[in-house]
Design a protein around this ligand. Structure first.
Ligand code: SAH
Length: 352
C-alpha cells in the first residue's frame, strides 16, 4: 500500500468505512497537488491541450453572450479548474477582438492545487487574472461569465446500490488489511433516491455528485440575478442512465480505483440532466446538453481550422487530426457535452 492508502486504512480502522466521496476527496486532492497530469506525456489530454481553437471558441462564446445582454459592465469571467491555464490563455487572446469586454473584467481562476496554480501563473503572466481556491458567494456581485471544462467530472460522487433489501451506499472499507468496497448495512433514506430510479433492478447503481449540484445551484442563482452565462463542458450522459461510471485513469489507461490512491485521476460521468434541472429550479434558463460536436460545429470550428490551415499550410497535417479528436463521434464528439446556463430573459446562446 502507498502512503495515502496507509493513511486511509488507518482512518477506516479508527472510525469505520468512509464514503466513496470522501475517498475521492483524499485521493484527488493528492493527485492534483503532486503533478501536472495533462498532455501527451501525462495521464490524460483535455480539449484545450489538443487545440488552441477550443479555448478561442469558448472565449468568443462569452463575448457573444455578453454582447447579447447589452454588454454589462463591470463583469466577471471565472474558470473552474483551469488545468495548465491553456484554455484561459486562448480565450483571452480571442476575446481581444472585443477590447470592451476585457476592459475592467475581473478574471478569476478557481484552482485548489498549488502546483497547477503555479503552472497557470506562468501561462497567464501579465494578463491580470487572480486566483481563489473555491467558488463562493464573493463571486456573486457582478454579471458572471463562467467556463468549466472537465471540472465537474472530478468532483466527488456517492454510489448507491439497489439490493433485495433496498438501496445501500457503497463504502470504502478494509478487508484482509487492504482497501476494498463494501455495502453499508444501513438503509439509504428514500428521499435520496429519485422517483425515476425507484424501480431499478437489483444490482443497479445510482451515482450522485452533491458538490456538483450545489455548485450549479449557486452559479445559476448568480446568473439569473446578475446576468452573464455559464458554460459547462464535460464527458457525461444526458439521459436517465443507471450505472457505475467511477473510473481511475493513469498513463492514458484504466487503473484500479483503490489500488494506488493519489496516483491516478478519479472521475465519473457528469449527470447533465440533473445539473440542468438544478439550474432551472434555481431560476435560470438552460440550453443543452448538446454534444461537443454539435456545439463546436455551430460555433464555426471547421471554418476556424480551415483558416488556420490557409495561414500555415505546413501545419495542416497536425490540424486535421486535432479537429477529428474534438468532434468525431468515436473520439470526444459525442461523449462530451456542453450545457449553458443563462438568465431567463435572453434568447439562445451560440452553440445551441
Ligand atoms: N480545465 C482543464 C483541467 C481539467 S482537470 C482542462 O480542460 O485542461 C481538473 C482541474 O480542476 C484541475 O485544474 C484540478 O486541480 C481542478 N480541481 C479539481 N477539483 C477541484 C476542486 N474541488 N476545487 C478547485 N479545483 C479543483
Amino acid at each position: 500500500m502507498n502512503a495515502l492508502a496507509e493513511r486511509i486504512a488507518a482512518l477506516v480502522a479508527a472510525q469505520g468505512p468512509i464514503s466513496i466521496a470522501d475517498f475521492m476527496t483524499l485521493a484527488s486532492g493528492q493527485y492534483y497537488a503532486t503533478r501536472d497530469p495533462f498532455g501527451s506525456e501525462g495521464d490524460f489530454i483535455t480539449a484545450p491541450e489538443i487545440s488552441q481553437v477550443f479555448g478561442e471558441l469558448l472565449g468568443l462564446w462569452c463575448v457573444q453572450v455578453w454582447h447579447d445582454q447589452g454588454r454589462p459592465k463591470p463583469a466577471r469571467l471565472v474558470e473552474l479548474g483551469p488545468g495548465r491555464g491553456t484554455l484561459m490563455a486562448d480565450a483571452l487572446r480571442a476575446a481581444r477582438l472585443a477590447p470592451e469586454f476585457l476592459d475592467g473584467l475581473d478574471i478569476v481562476l478557481v484552482e485548489a492545487s498549488p502546483g497547477l496554480r503555479a503552472i497557470q501563473e506562468e501561462t497567464l503572466k501579465g494578463l491580470g487574472v487572480r486566483w481563489t481556491d473555491r467558488f463562493d458567494s464573493q463571486l456573486s456581485d457582478r454579471p458572471l461569465f463562467l467556463i468549466a471544462n472537465e471540472f465537474f467530472d472530478a468532483l466527488p460522487i456517492r454510489q448507491y446500490v439497489k439490493t433485495v433489501h433496498g438501496w445501500r451506499e457503497r463504502m470504502v472499507t478494509l478487508s484482509n488489511g487492504k482497501l476494498d468496497f463494501a455495502l453499508s448495512p444501513v438503509a439509504v433514506p428514500d428521499a435520496l433516491i429519485p422517483a425515476s430510479r425507484a424501480d431499478a433492478p437489483d444490482g443497479a447503481v445510482y451515482e450522485v455528485c452533491q458538490p456538483a449540484l450545489s455548485l450549479v445551484d449557486e452559479i445559476a442563482r448568480i446568473v439569473a440575478i446578475q446576468g452573464g452565462g455559464a458554460l459547462i463542458v464535460d464527458y457525461g450522459y444526458d439521459g436517465v442512465d443507471f450505472g457505475e461510471t467511477l473510473q481511475a485513469i493513469a498513463d492514458q489507461s484504466f487503473a484500479a480505483i483503490l489500488d494506488d490512491p493519489g496516483e491516478s485521476d478519479l472521475s465519473a460521468h457528469v449527470d447533465f440532466l440533473s445539473l440542468a434541472a438544478t439550474a432551472a429550479r434555481a431560476g435560470a434558463a438552460v440550453f443543452g446538453p448538446a454534444t461537443q460536436a454539435a456545439f463546436l460545429d455551430d460555433l464555426g470550428i471547421v471554418r476556424r481550422f480551415e483558416h488556420l490551415a490557409t495561414r500555415n499550410p505546413r501545419a495542416t497535417t497536425d490540424l486535421w487530426p486535432q479537429l477529428d479528436r474534438l468532434v468525431s463521434p468515436d473520439q470526444m464528439g459525442t461523449l462530451f457535452k456542453a450545457l449553458a446556463i443563462l438568465p431567463r430573459t435572453v434568447s439562445n446562446p451560440p452553440g445551441f
